[in-house]
Every structure is written in structure tokens, then in C-alpha cells.
Unconditional design. Structure first.
Length: 172
């Protein structure tokens, strides 16, 4: 991202730092946290832990995405590759999480904030707001890789404007 725009407002910008490194990161060990399967009879709300992968449609890359949520509401960040949802991850308020193994490609990033998250609907049930990151993020293939950081709270001088979207446009 080369454009820098000063933004104000609760969710007006992300900070995006993309760095290309000459050596790949070794795969980190550890289990990926998956959201529990929703019961077919009900769709209760919950508050997943930060880093809970709600949807994992791609993997195997060497990219890394760190998400910092300095807001007073929980959030869900969704990456879309082409027309297909690739990854979505839950980030609690005032928390930080990292998604490893992001496959190379150019992603559109969406996010939503709110409370009372419904796992089976993939949406917040109260005070929900929906946004799309205006600029796409490009994760490159080896021998280089991309490290990106998204900060959900507004940042003066932030380089990533967002647009509020219709809830039906959010890739849940």
C-alpha cells in the first residue's frame, strides 16, 4: 500500500504493514482452534476466543496476518480470494491474534464488529457493523512471503481506508 490517508472515526482505517522477507518462516507447531460445530436444533450466541478460526478454506502458504483489535467490541475479519471466502477469524476486544500459513494471492478483507456472536450464522446478533477494506492485500509466494498487520481501531495517518457495507455483502 503506497497511499496514506489520515482518517478519523471509530473504524475509519486499518494500519497495514506489509514486509517482504528473503527467508521463509518455518511452520509454527500447534493446533488451529476451530469454532465448535453448531447444533442443528439451536443457534446459541457465544464469544469465541481470539484466534478462533471460524472458516478455513485455504492454507499452505507462508504469509502471516496479525490482527490487533483495540476496540471495545469483538470483531471478525474475513479474507476473500477472488469470489471465495478463504479465512475468517474471531478477535476479541482489546486482543491480538495472528493467522499463519496464508496462501499467496490477492485478498479483499472484510470485518464486522458487535456482540452476541452466532457461530452458526457467522454474524453478531447485536450492535453489528460491517466494513470492507478498500485496498486489497497481496500475499506473495516463496521464496519471499508477506507479513501484514491490520489494526481495527482508527489510526491518524492510517494507510487503509474502509467502506461500510450492507450486512448481506459480508462473507459469513
Amino acid at each position: 500500500m503506497t497511499r496514506t490517508a489520515a482518517r478519523t472515526g471509530t473504524l475509519a482505517s486499518f494500519v497495514l504493514a506489509v514486509g517482504l522477507l528473503a527467508t521463509p518462516v518455518s511452520a509454527q507447531s500447534g493446533a488451529v482452534t476451530q469454532a465448535p460445530a453448531a447444533a442443528s436444533a439451536s443457534c446459541a450466541t457465544s464469544r469465541p476466543h481470539s484466534g478462533t478460526i471460524l472458516y478455513a478454506g485455504i492454507s499452505g502458504g507462508q504469509g502471516r496476518l496479525t490482527i490487533e483489535n483495540g476496540l471495545s467490541q469483538d470483531g471478525v475479519v474475513a479474507l476473500v480470494l477472488g469470489r471465495s471466502r478463504a479465512i475468517s477469524v474471531y478477535v476479541r476486544d482489546k486482543a491480538k491474534t495472528t493467522v499463519d500459513n496464508v496462501k499467496d494471492g490477492t485478498y479483499t478483507i472484510y470485518f464486522t464488529t458487535g456482540s452476541g456472536f452466532s457461530v452458526c450464522q457467522g454474524r453478531f446478533t447485536r450492535d453489528a457493523a460491517y466494513f470492507r477494506f478498500d485496498n486489497r492485500v497481496h500475499f506473495v509466494a516463496p521464496p519471499y512471503y508477506t507479513i501484514a498487520t491490520l489494526t481495527l481501531q482508527a489510526v491518524n495517518g492510517g494507510n487503509a481506508p474502509t467502506t461500510q457495507i450492507n450486512p448481506s455483502d459480508f462473507p459469513a
